[in-house]
Design a protein around this ligand. Sequence first.
Ligand code: MRU
Length: 353
Amino acid sequence: MQPLPLEIPADADKAIVWSNDRLYLLDQRVLPMQELYLEMQTAAATADAIRDMVVRGAPAIGVTAAFGVVLAARESYQAHGAGWREGIKSGMDCLAASRPTAVNLFWSLERMQGLISELDASDPEPTLLQEAHRIHQEDVASCRRLGDLGAELIESTTSVITHCNAGALATGGYGTALGVIRSAWAAGKIERVYADETRPWLQGSRLTAWELHKDQIPVTLLTDGAAASRLRVGGIDWVIVGSDRIAANGDVANKIGTYSLAVAAKHHGVKVMVAAPTSTIDMSAVSGEAIPIESRNPDEVLNCGGKRIGATGVDAWNPVFDVTPAVLVDAIVTEKGVVHSPNTKKITELMSS
Ligand code: MRU
């Protein structure tokens, strides 16, 4: 990964940039203190960047992986010429092994693989690049569409709570949960956004607050543990979150802490909206039980800001996603439409529409 700053200012809508035949990622590990783009020269480096959280958020991982396949194709064509098919698989396997929960990664790789199987022996890069751009553009269009649909569900001006970062940084642009919030803000329906800080990577405080503050949308940070108390105070009609994988029955995998937020919302009569493109829906997962939940290094919990905070000898449990059962979800909002009180029948209908 080469730290090569681009001649563009850092922008949440430009977290993934393909410029002059090169792939650049805005390094989300160092935001908001540093605004730095890293160049990805290989598929393996792109996979490392996904695993190490340079780029994160389910749709953004999917878009990045598509450009990673373009790099894999380039490497393989340079090494094998007309026999490029031999080498591309290892790059794609590397990308597939980067993170397990966000299904958009596998959706994107399957889409690129579908195209690869139709190509002849000539240089595959131009065709694959076109497809990667298409995946990117479609994701932005989906976010805009679902953002508008989600905003329509908000009846009157209210404050909302969001968890993690489901914004432009986490997608091709505009955002899922933050897409709904952006559209609702434009319609005059948002008073204030409460952003859970989201331990241990602090996507809420570092990324969501940065994005919203830049857009001049009022944002207040909460520790994750403060969300239930804030719900109790009142004035919040909706919890709005994104998702990494939605099962066929409407169970929702999202950043750890979403489940406890949904439980607290139910207790306080606050509705829960999950905003996600249909590329996040995994019809092969019958329920949340079938969703693989990523466990990361306990050091992410035992340390903070590069300093050890856990007592010496103490261990930590670090699942980075949880599953919110469909019964706690009031609406799943996709670019194809809204599913209220989701279940298998309704999600199947949506996916076949
Ligand atoms: O570990 P992360 O930062 O990749 O987790 C991201 C989330 O949990 C987001 O809420 C989810 O991917 C939806 S992004 C539009």
